[in-house]
Design a binder for this molecule. Structure first.
Ligand code: WT7
Length: 631
């Protein structure tokens, strides 16, 4: 890859080149991939007309770039290293040759059930290699994968299946996480009973937990049985550059989760380019991203990014604190991990478990550390730097979103000067701008405002599945001709960026995005709930916790609070469970009926002054009542 950035001068030169002649720049990058047919135009369409296209006219298959391409040069290199939940269980390794074969067989297995190009396939699985293999198998035959995180409830799963009308779902009998078994097949069965899931014709069950499940005749198939008699020869489907590659659901400030749709060529180039430049992985390195493939981080930086670069990617099935808080460090030591990419919430949780775990492990193999998912606080940054990196490993604080496909603002490991808690500088091809309250672009270098991106980049979301209007409304309408991120951001005098967090009604709980409206809707399902308002508040480990103010028709009791929690778990999943529930008599509403969330956020954070202008409140006395009852 002659485009790999090697030093800071090179970065600045490439940044300018990508800004001034984007088509030439990205054509040069794209040239290093395998195409069935090259593009007619590198970039076309625009943010204003919400029809951005990259490499239009080109044909390709992303799996040929992830797999076949490496068969010629490094068939025996380790592609995937699977580390099981139980430390006493042996790891599994797949060379590029073996992974290629498994993907082809799995693709043929999907085909044998009638799956074809353009079909949507739902993957509701735990972190086993067959999940990564299924992702690539879908891409091999042009089916659009929709991975649903294994922590979501039956109802949440059903909603996602219905929205994309998937016709096949792959699941596990159960998922192993710490000392728990997640009943994935049972939850799938429940989901498929719900109205709206009739599109599912087949269920493939991969055996992992050996727990008891029921198989429905004619609908359910065992993975190991189906795969036993398929061929390992599966030519890669020809895909157009802008054919959808996958849909991944994420929460917004309103309504139900949105199916973020990424397309083939642009996403591929962005995943590969950002992985190579941010992490600077070398030939014999072992790279470990601790995310779950159910989130975008696992799509781009466990699966596609590393494999496109021919790297060795680790898949970890377990949790950071089981059997004890040394698990991550034990894995680093045992497998000589060179690159370690995790979330601030995990760092904070492990930091709280005492230094002996990390200090007693041999972490000398580490070269680069990464952080993703939420702003990293000063204390966690320094602990990560000192105790994990031994002040010897650059920390790449990578800012991006499900919608951006890959990293947009981040240091490049070993190249960019670091500044704690700063995502630092944009990657080539990314032009961030800060907007003031009047909706104008702030010209001063040192500034704070809402973060927008001024230009299209290859990995950019193209639409919301089935709802292009909502896509335009959500991302492209707030600021004319710009992509709005939903994040607030500061820029220092050197032009370094620091993300301050969401400015909309989205909360970031342990790096997971949760819409307040979604949680409110779930709480409203309880028959005794009259109204609910949900906000985020600072939480030591999770970053943000969920605080629910609820008006009930019955008086407050432990019973009703428990039932409300159950309701949320049923509708969304345990990740959306409120940390605090305050039963209130009224909510601070304006005369026009709008809840003043700003006041609720302040009270939840125990800030009891500077509520701002409250003159439009219908009944100012509710504020005192809420304040007095704060948890
Ligand atoms: C939101 C996107 C990026 C993949 C995982 C989350 C926050 C993400 C950082 C960071 C500060 C960050 C933002 C963003 N975020 N990375 N390095 N520093 N904030 O993807 O679920 O789509 O969430 O996560 O608020 O908007 P996501």
């Amino acid at each position: 890859m002659d485009w790999k950035i090697n030093n800071i001068e090179d970065y600045h030169a490439q940044y300018d080149e990508a800004l001034n002649s984007p088509s030439e720049y990205w054509a040069k990058i794209a040239d290093s991939f395998h195409w069935k047919k090259k593009w007619d135009s590198v970039m076309s369409g625009s943010i204003s007309s919400s029809d951005v296209k990259w490499f239009d006219g080109a044909q390709l298959n992303i799996t040929e770039n992830c797999l076949d391409r490496h068969l010629k040069t490094q068939p025996e290199k380790e592609a995937v290293l699977f580390v099981p939940n139980d430390p006493s269980e042996k790891e599994t390794r797949y060379t590029y040759k073996e992974l290629h074969e498994e993907v082809c067989k799995t693709a043929n297995m999907f085909k044998s059930l009638g799956v074809k190009k353009g079909d949507r396939v739902c993957l509701y699985m735990s972190m086993v290699p067959e999940l990564l293999i299924s992702v690539l198998a879908c891409a091999r035959i042009g089916a659009i994968h929709s991975v649903v995180f294994g922590g979501f409830s039956a109802q949440a799963l059903a909603g996602r299946i219905e929205d994309a009308s998937c016709n096949l779902i792959i699941t596990n009998d159960g998922g192993l996480r710490g000392n728990k078994t997640i009943e994935l097949k049972k939850i799938t069965d429940e989901a498929l009973e719900m109205p709206g899931c009739a599109s599912i014709k087949n269920v493939i069950v991969h055996k992992r937990a050996n727990n008891e499940i029921t198989m429905k005749e004619g609908r359910d198939h065992w993975w190991h049985e189906l795969i036993s008699d398929v061929s390992s020869d599966c030519p890669a489907e020809t895909m157009e550059a802008e054919d959808p590659l996958f849909v991944l659901y994420t929460s917004g400030s309103t309504g139900k989760p949105k199916g973020i749709q990424h397309t083939t060529a642009g996403y591929m180039v962005w995943a590969a380019y950002t992985f190579a430049n941010v992490f600077q992985v070398e030939e014999n390195d072992t790279y470990w991203c601790t995310a779950d493939i159910g989130w975008i981080t696992g799509h781009t930086y466990i699966t596609y990014g590393p494999l496109l670069n021919g790297a060795t990617t680790v898949m970890f099935e377990g949790v950071p604190t089981w059997p004890d808080a040394s698990r991550f460090w034990q894995v680093v030591e045992k497998y000589k991990i060179s690159h370690f990419y995790t979330a601030p919430t995990a760092i904070r949780a492990l930091m709280g478990c005492g230094n002996e775990h990390v200090d007693n492990s041999d972490l000398s193999s580490l070269k680069v550390l990464g952080s993703v998912g939420e702003p990293i606080n000063e204390e966690a940054w320094h602990w990560y730097n000192e105790h994990v990196g031994k002040k010897n490993c650059p920390i790449v604080d990578t800012w991006w979103q499900t919608e951006t496909g890959g990293i947009l603002i981040s240091p490049l490991a070993g190249i960019t000067e670091l500044k704690p808690c700063h995502a630092t500088l944009p990657l080539p091809g990314v032009h961030p701008v800060l907007m003031n309250e009047k909706g104008e672009e702030i010209k001063e270098v040192e500034a704070e405002g809402n973060l927008c991106i001024k230009n299209p980049w290859p990995g950019m979301v193209r639409t919301i599945y089935g709802d292009h209007e909502r896509f335009k409304q959500t991302y492209l309408s707030a600021y004319d001709g710009k992509y709005f991120t939903g994040d607030g951001c500061k820029r220092d005098s050197e032009g370094f960026y620091r993300i301050t967090g969401r400015v909309d009604d989205v909360i970031n709980v342990s790096g997971h995005r949760i819409g307040t409206a979604e949680v409110e809707d779930a709480i409203d399902q309880h028959p005794d709930v009259i109204e609910a308002a949900v906000v985020g508040y600072p939480h030591d480990i999770k970053g943000q916790g969920i605080y629910a103010y609820i008006i009930t028709s019955k008086s407050a009791s432990n019973e009703i609070e428990k039932e409300i929690l159950t309701e949320v778990i049923k509708c969304i999943g345990p990740i959306a469970k409120p940390d605090k529930i305050q039963i209130v008599k009224g909510l601070p509403k304006t005369r026009s009926g709008k809840i003043m969330r700003r006041i609720l956020r302040k009270i939840a954070a125990h800030e009891f002054s500077n509520f701002g202008d409250t003159s439009t409140l219908l009944d100012p006395s509710v504020v005192d009542e809420i304040k007095n009852g704060v948890l």
